[in-house]
Design a protein around this ligand. Structure first.
Ligand code: ADP
Length: 552
């Protein structure tokens, strides 16, 4: 193909921009075909005309006259203008001017229709503004949500803390009555006390569950991993639940490999996972039905655990939600009937804790079920994928040694024997402003130990220096000098440096236990404590001190 003048002329005429040549007086000398279309007027009619009657300024910019004067003086290369088109819609054009070589008396103009481009960019601009608005709104509501969630977590944490203190009294007193007054009380009253004691245990469990949920939500669930056999643990949990399964004729069938690899994770937390999942399977199944538990090594590095029941099933729409805290499916009535009732209604916390623990171990949990069906039991399968060797480490080295010690449960009556081993009278200083906690501790301990009580930090310090007790038990929250400061002072003085110190702690606040250790304490006793636990802790601390003295 030859590119000749004719071809150029065609290109010039048909190109989709308006090209025109004007003389210095602004009269049109030449205009291409597209120019006629753009100005909506036969191009011949434009020849010899000036453009001011066709062109308006754009967006309150300069008039065509001013623009043209600048073009003539060679000062303006490009501007936006509005081209009026009579009966047709006006269009916005980008007009550029340039001089033509060898033609000093003329100026070439090119008009490019940018109406659609502008509309599109205006739309984008509008959308951008809307998005920016939505973004700001989102950031604001996110911040609000975070605040509400923090408030909720703090509220739960404080409420649980406050609940733990009266629980100490309820649990402590009822423990004491059960242990010591069985023969002296009317059997009806004794049963009521036992019922109070069980209710306190249930409430304690709920409070602990709420605390676990807040720990998970605030990403401060601490793990203490060790190596153990998951299948053995599953069997142990099933055994522990046998009082419920036997009563209701429910049977667990375990399908496990003969030699599974050891699991590396938090033993106590995994026990909680199995117990929750197994309890649910029992709770939501009819009497006499089987529950299958499969633990298989899926690949070299993960376990696949399935708990399959033949219970009421989980609606498909609810299968994600049931892992949210406080979420219970609407049909809970169905499992509260006598037919399927296990431990009464739940709190909707179990699965969210299970999910939190599994995810903290790097695993995942989901449920599969055909959904709830009238008058039938489609069942549910809870699936857990768990790395065999979770990439978790000890979060809290200071409590590691304590955690691994087997909690020995000592009957207070054994204390006298133990006392003899100590070769000296053991005296205990209790520093606590919570009278009821002091009273319970006193009732449990006074038969075997010499007890001194101080209700404030200052008095506690005074007694500590004066009496040099064998052990000090104190609360962290005290009027005046708080427990942590007292502990630091005692540790800094020669006379009191080696006295074992344990804190009473509700264990609910951020870093409370760390703060106990950081101030120099040897141990902590979480409220509500049982008499047996208290005695056990005291005994261990005394033995530790004795060992240290022997090896000095
Ligand atoms: P809850 O204390 O109510 O049992 P969970 O968090 O353990 O709380 O469970 C949340 C909800 O999930 C339950 O209320 C129940 O509706 C449903 N769910 C849990 N496990 C099962 C199961 N094995 N079969 C049927 N529904 C279940």
């Amino acid at each position: 193909m030859q590119i000749d003048d004719h071809l150029f002329a065609l290109l010039f005429e048909d190109t989709p921009v308006c090209i025109m040549i004007l003389n210095v007086d602004g009269e049109v000398k030449f205009i291409n075909k597209f120019g006629g279309y753009l100005f909506s007027c036969p191009k011949e009619q434009l020849i010899g005309k000036t453009l001011e009657s066709y062109i308006n300024s754009y967006n309150f910019g300069p008039s065509w006259d001013d623009l043209w004067q600048n073009m003539v003086k060679g000062r303006m290369q490009e501007a936006r203008v509005e081209v009026g088109r009579g009966n047709n819609d006006d269009v916005i054009c980008l007009v550029s001017s340039f001089n033509i070589e060898n033609c000093p008396d003329c100026i070439a103009l090119v008009f490019r229709d940018i109406t659609q481009e502008l509309k599109a960019s205006e739309q984008i601009e509008k959308k951008n503004v809307e998005m920016a608005k939505m973004n700001t709104e989102l950031i604001r509501s996110n911040a609000e949500l975070k605040k509400v969630s923090e408030l909720k977590s703090n509220f739960l944490s404080i409420a649980s803390h406050e609940l733990k203190t009266p629980l100490t009294s309820i649990k402590g007193y009822s423990d004491i009555i059960i242990d010591n007054f069985r023969d002296k009380l009317d059997s009806g009253i004794f049963r009521m006390i036992e019922s109070i004691n069980r209710a306190a245990d249930r409430l304690h469990k709920v409070v602990n569950n709420i605390l676990d949920v807040t720990r998970i939500e605030q990403k401060r669930l601490r793990l203490r991993p060790e190596t153990f056999n998951l299948a053995v643990m599953a069997n142990d949990c099933i055994e522990e639940l046998s009082q419920f399964t036997l009563k209701r004729g429910i049977t667990f069938k375990c399908h496990m490999e003969s030699n599974p690899p050891s699991f590396y994770g938090d033993k106590m937390r995994m026990h909680q996972v199995f117990t929750n999942l197994f309890s649910n399977a029992i709770k939501y199944s009819p009497d006499g039905s089987p529950i299958d538990v499969y633990i298989t090594t899926e690949s070299e590095n993960r376990f696949h655990i399935v708990i399959k029941d033949h219970g009421i099933g989980v609606d498909k729409a609810e299968q994600k939600n049931i892992f949210d805290p406080f979420y219970e499916v609407g049909s809970t009535n169905r499992h509260s009937t006598d037919y399927t009732k296990f431990m009464g209604g739940g709190t909707g916390l179990g699965l969210s804790i299970v999910k939190g623990i599994i995810e903290r171990h790097g695993g995942r949990i989901w449920v599969e079920s055909e959904g709830i069906k009238e008058n039938s039991f489609p069942g549910s399968e809870f699936h857990v994928l768990l790395p065999i060797h979770s990439e978790i480490s000890w979060d809290d080295d200071e409590t590691k040694s304590l955690y691994f010690e087997d909690p020995r449960i000592i009957d207070p009556s054994e204390l006298e024997e133990e006392q003899e081993l100590m070769d000296e009278e053991v005296s205990i200083l209790l520093i606590d402003s919570d009278r009821e906690a002091v009273e319970i501790a006193r009732m449990v301990l006074e038969s075997a130990f010499d007890i001194h009580v101080a209700e404030s930090g200052e008095l506690g310090l005074l007694y500590a220096f004066e009496k040099r007790p064998s052990i000090i038990l104190m609360d962290s929250y005290l009027p005046g000098l708080d427990g942590y400061r007292i502990c630091r002072i005692l540790r800094s003085q020669e006379e009191t440096r080696n006295i074992p110190i344990a804190f009473f702690s509700a264990g609910t606040q951020n870093d409370e236990i760390q703060k106990c250790f950081a101030s120099g304490a040897d141990d902590f006793i979480v409220k509500p404590f049982s008499g047996r636990e208290l005695v056990d802790k005291i005994w261990r601390l005394l033995m530790k001190k004795k060992e240290e003295e022997t090896f000095k």
